[in-house]
Design a protein around this ligand. Structure first.
Ligand SMILES: Cc1cc2nc3c(=O)[nH]c(=O)nc-3n(C[C@H](O)[C@H](O)[C@H](O)COP(=O)(O)OP(=O)(O)OC[C@H]3O[C@@H](n4cnc5c(N)ncnc54)[C@H](O)[C@@H]3O)c2cc1C
Length: 427
């Protein structure tokens, strides 16, 4: 039964400690509610910097923060590290690996996971980046394939180990492609002297008609210009359709040999069974009304990437970004407090604070509501905003020192291949 005391206060169960769940718990701290906070990991993950972990730019611990440290001064908050397996709305209960728990209000903030659009062969080999574990696994893959290339004597057989294919030209794909191009320029020539580094291809594939979709057309074309400047090959309007014999097959018939395939192309909600079918859309997002209440259910709410709120301005739902999750949590916290006092609820209005992407050293694009910036100024703004958003003073310092170090030395010492003991493929 998760060992949670009944204390005579209404119980709010929050599933998921991402941007949404954390913000909600923070706004309701020391309120008149009992909070049960559940996550399958014991840490919060700062997803926007996963790509820097994957490209050996920062250490994983710098972008993680343990929940117990965040909550140690919160009253009546019970943290349970366990995975939620099922929601039973008619009983007002959830079922976890470790037992069940009742709720007065349930908040689902489980975020999103990767969608491979049914491409089974691609799913078997491609590396997604939706968790820090996946980011580390990608780091291993990039470094291991370079090591494997060195072990091969015939240059033609080295090709799949040296080519890197990035699928998805949104901010994540664009950022990772840029970071890899920087590695190819500054790191690999020093460390893999026996390989012909000019033969390493980095290919970015985007199915739609532009890069960093969602940003302005100016930022999109600048991103393309920056990537080309860094030597990234960009394919626009092209889809990956399959993967056979170490080769990525594209919709225009092109074949790219590669054992390093990075998937930053599609996402779907982190679905928990139990809710009726009518609440889900085709990308496993939960349909909610303007108060984040799940349609057709009472006392169940969904926040952030997992939810889909249709509105006049956003008929297909809000973008799945951190600010939406944070602002929705902020609004819902206010509404739960209002509900408790029988006051009128406020509907959610998204305030778009802007978007940004960094492609390489001094190369970034920033779209703010009042101004659009590019180049070195945008790069400094990107760094400042991300640094401020990371949880914890220590983490901010570690990331800042890492960035300063690599700025002056063009280097990092985090290129470590670390496997679990049981992994038979370990070098
Ligand atoms: C690589 C990458 C880069 C990104 N870059 C940016 C960026 O630059 N700017 C931006 O605004 N957004 C960015 N995003 C998107 C942003 O990170 C998400 O929009 C945001 O994290 C959504 O917050 P959330 O709280 O809805 O979910 P999440 O942050 O995903 O949190 C979900 C939580 O739920 C937990 N969970 C899931 N299922 C269960 C279960 N069954 N039981 C228990 N716990 C569970 C997970 O462990 C996790 O802690 C990026 C995302 C990725 C993957």
């Amino acid at each position: 039964m998760l060992n949670i005391p009944t204390i005579g206060k209404k119980r709010i169960v929050i599933i998921g400690g991402g941007f949404a769940g954390l913000k909600l718990a923070n706004k309701l701290r020391n309120s008149n509610f009992q909070i049960v906070f559940i996550d399958k990991n014991n840490y919060h993950q700062f997803q926007p910097l996963f790509y820097q972990v994957a490209t050996s730019g920062i250490e994983p611990s710098a972008i993680l923060f343990p929940f117990r440290k965040i909550f140690n001064s919160y009253k009546d908050l019970h943290l349970r590290i366990t995975e939620v397996l099922e929601i039973l709305p008619e009983q007002k209960r959830i079922r976890t690996i470790s037992g069940t728990c009742f709720y007065d209000y349930l908040i689902i903030a489980t975020g999103a996971t990767t969608s491979f659009f049914g491409l089974e062969n691609v799913e078997k080999i491609a590396h997604p980046m939706k968790s820090v574990v996946e980011a580390i696994s990608l780091r291993n893959c990039i470094l291991e394939n370079m090591e494997k290339a060195l072990l091969i004597d015939k240059p033609e057989d080295q090709v799949p180990y040296m080519n890197i294919v990035v699928v998805g030209g949104g901010p994540t794909g664009t950022e990772v492609a840029g970071a890899l191009a920087e590695m190819r320029k500054h790191i690999f020539p020093k460390e893999y002297k026996e390989l012909d580094i000019t033969r390493i291809r980095i290919v970015l594939i985007e199915a739609s008609s532009s890069l960093v979709k969602g940003m302005s057309s100016g930022s999109s074309s600048k991103s393309m210009e920056y990537l080309l400047k860094l030597g990234v090959e960009v394919r626009i309007g092209i889809r990956v359709i399959d993967y056979f014999h170490s080769t990525v097959i594209l919709s225009d018939g092109e074949k790219i040999p590669s054992n390093t395939v990075i998937w930053a192309a599609g996402i779907k909600g982190n679905k928990i069974p139990g809710l009726p079918d009518f609440v889900w859309n085709s990308f496993d997002r939960i349909k909610v009304d303007e108060f984040n209440a799940v349609i057709g259910l009472s006392d169940v709410f969904a926040l952030g990437d997992i939810c889909l709120m249709e509105s006049k301005e956003y008929p297909l739902g809000h973008p799945q970004v951190a600010q939406v999750a944070i602002q929705q949590a902020d609004c819902l916290a206010g509404n739960l407090l209002r509900k408790d006092k029988n006051n009128k609820l406020k509907s959610f209005q998204y305030k778009n604070l802007g978007s940004m992407a960094t492609i390489g050293r001094h190369l970034a694009v920033v779209d703010l509501p009042f101004i659009k910036l590019k180049g070195i100024i945008a790069w400094y703004i990107w760094m400042f905003i991300h640094l401020m958003a990371i949880l914890g003073v220590r983490n901010k310092l570690v990331v800042f020192i890492n960035w300063i170090w690599s700025y002056f030395t063009f280097d990092q010492s985090l290129r470590l291949i670390i496997h679990r003991k049981t992994n038979k493929n370990a070098l």
